[in-house]
Design a protein around this ligand. Structure first.
Ligand code: GAR
Length: 189
């Protein structure tokens, strides 16, 4: 049984899908939710699901090994970023080599980087006149949205699409694929 830590700061719909996927699994379980935003929806999900949650402090996150130790104590095998917007510091990347993955709501390397999250991504995609968008699941390194790609899935954009309709197409792909990819990775180590 592998232990998954989900880092999330938003509504937590992807966290919920991953929790659901592993609810009766013998391959893995969501052990802890790590969040940088008091009041985030994902914390209510953790509470309802009986999963422990941690609210991280910026100073300790960026300038100490506090959370590395905590993840190691909990014997975390995979860190899953599901709507977590802080950059992952180098010490954490190095402590979990190829064991931290992120989902991004666009086809990287397009529409990635600092400030490119949530609706900003979909607005930029529409503004650029893109004919398709999608999701990228990738390993996390010290740069934003930069590590090796694990999976991309695409959706078509039509002329009547808006940032909101693109968001819902992309979210459907996320919910369909992210839990599957997490499970696939867990079986490789
Ligand atoms: C997801 O769409 C995820 O791809 C995005 O945040 C959303 C979180 O939604 N992540 C980024 O934009 C990272 N740059 P959720 O809280 O409902 O899972």
């Amino acid at each position: 049984m592998k232990n998954i830590a989900i880092f999330a700061s938003g509504a937590g719909s992807n966290a919920q899908k991953i929790i659901d996927h592993f609810r009766n699994s013998d391959k893995g379980r969501v052990t802890v939710i790590v969040c940088n935003k008091p009041g985030a929806g994902v914390l209510q999900i953790a509470e309802r699901e009986g999963i422990s949650s941690i609210i991280i402090e910026r100073e300790a996150f960026f300038h100490s090994d506090k959370y590395i130790q905590l993840l190691q104590e909990q014997q975390i095998d995979l860190v899953v970023l599901a709507g977590f917007l802080w950059k992952i510091p180098a010490n954490l990347v190095q402590a979990f080599p190829n064991r931290i993955i992120n989902i991004h709501p666009a086809l990287l390397p397009k529409f990635g980087g600092k400030g490119m999250y949530g609706h900003f991504v979909h607005e930029a995609v529409i503004a650029a006149g893109e004919k398709e968008s999608g999701i990228t699941v990738h390993y996390v390194n010290e740069k934003y949205d930069d590590g090796e790609t694990i999976l991309q899935e695409r959706c078509v954009i039509t002329p009547d699409d808006t940032p909101e309709t693109v968001a819902s197409k992309v979210q459907a792909l996320e919910h369909q694929w992210f839990p599957v990819i997490v499970e696939r990775l867990l079986t490789t180590f």
